[in-house]
Design a protein around this ligand. Structure first.
Ligand SMILES: NC(=O)c1ccc[n+]([C@@H]2O[C@H](COP(=O)([O-])OP(=O)(O)OC[C@H]3O[C@@H](n4cnc5c(N)ncnc54)[C@H](OP(=O)(O)O)[C@@H]3O)[C@@H](O)[C@H]2O)c1
Length: 321
């Protein structure tokens, strides 16, 4: 395993995302939540993962409960990251909700307490008061944010008066926005970028195409439009080619590309133990700078259609039929 060192801690560069645990939108069912999820956490820890990411929002508390049960007796091995869903995040609410998360996780102190999204109505100074109290009382070891722009991150830090050590953002070969400002800031200031949806919910594994799309929530996402699954094929082909040279898979190349960057940890979710093991093994892959450059170039060429174009396609289809 490779580790990111931040805030005096060694955090595994591959973590485990647990939105899938107990969340209907993923449709993995009861056996997954009751059995597979627990096995995933145990196997992850065995393999040197210590970053487990959850949120009060996932399965409306179910994910935290499953993680809490799974880490029973293993708490000292885990850096638990959970998140506050930003409904009315005034300071008293931050404290109350963090305590409820800690109770579900069965911990006295949460490793990383993150604001899930910025809240445009409640001033960050107010939310930060609650965060500060959490840190001062030892109810959380570190504070983080998620889906914050650089300005929002800096403002949150200024309000807190302490480092906000991480920003969890959508970051992958198909979502490269964080490279512009967030990543340079993290690298220059001993902060961490936690990359979510690093496999684009399965797209970057190469297993989906316009004739084989996942059911449920994912099928409505722009990247899963049949036209976009066609458009991403040149990148997937290049990834498969690079993967072959490393005796690896496309998913592993997607993760290796991310964690080759200093101060980045990725938190892929997993449907099976085999996926988890493969994701963890990506930490052993060293991509050459030439390979990274090719992946950058080909990913830059991806030009997805949006919902507007989908509607135009549909209208043309209806007119013609
Ligand atoms: N902060 C935020 O706003 C936010 C937003 C989204 C996610 N997150 C966090 O980030 C975590 C990861 O993001 P995500 O779950 O959206 O997407 P992801 O990690 O990109 O995709 C996970 C899905 O990809 C497939 N997969 C995983 N490993 C694979 C492998 N080795 N080979 C083939 N397929 C594989 C599995 O689905 P199938 O096998 O069913 O295809 C799995 O459920 C979440 O669990 C959550 O903790 C945070």
């Amino acid at each position: 395993m490779k580790y990111v060192e931040v805030s005096g801690k060694k955090i595994s560069a591959i973590g485990l995302g647990t939105w899938q645990f107990g969340s209907r939108e993923w449709g993995y069912g009861r056996e997954y939540t009751e059995k597979t999820a627990i096995n995933l956490v145990h196997r992850a820890l065995e393999l040197g993962v210590n970053l487990i990411d959850t949120a009060e929002f996932y399965g409306f508390g179910k994910s935290e409960t499953v993680v809490g049960n799974a880490i029973s007796g293993l708490r000292d091995q885990v850096y638990i990251a959970t998140k506050l869903f930003p409904i009315f995040p005034v300071s008293s609410m931050v404290l109350a909700r963090a305590k409820a998360s800690a109770a579900r996780l069965q911990v006295d102190s949460i490793g990383l307490y993150q604001l899930h999204w910025p809240n445009p109505l409640v001033p960050i100074a107010e939310t930060s008061k609650g965060l500060k109290e959490l840190l001062d009382r030892g109810l959380a070891a570190d504070a983080g944010v998620s889906n914050f722009s650089l300005n929002q991150w800096r403002r949150a830090e200024a309000a807190l008066g302490k480092p906000i050590i991480s920003n969890q953002v959508h970051f992958s070969l198909l979502s490269r926005g964080p490279e512009a400002e967030l990543l340079p800031f993290a690298q220059a200031n001993n902060r961490m970028i936690i990359a979510y949806s690093p496999l684009e919910q399965g797209v970057l594994s190469g297993k989906y195409n316009s004739a084989n799309r996942p059911k449920g929530m994912r099928s409505a996402r722009k990247l899963f439009y049949p036209a976009n699954l066609d458009r991403v094929r040149p990148l997937l082909d290049k990834m498969a080619q690079i993967a072959k040279g490393h005796g690896a898979t496309s998913s592993q190349i997607a993760l290796a590309w991310l964690i080759a960057k200093p101060n980045v940890a990725a938190i892929p979710g997993a449907a099976t133990l085999a996926q988890l093991e493969s994701n963890v093994a990506s930490a052993e892959i060293e991509l050459s700078s030439a390979e990274i450059e090719i992946l950058n170039e080909v990913s830059n060429q991806f030009d997805p259609i949006g919902p507007g174009a989908l509607l135009t396609d549909l209208k043309t289809f209806v007119r013609r039929s």
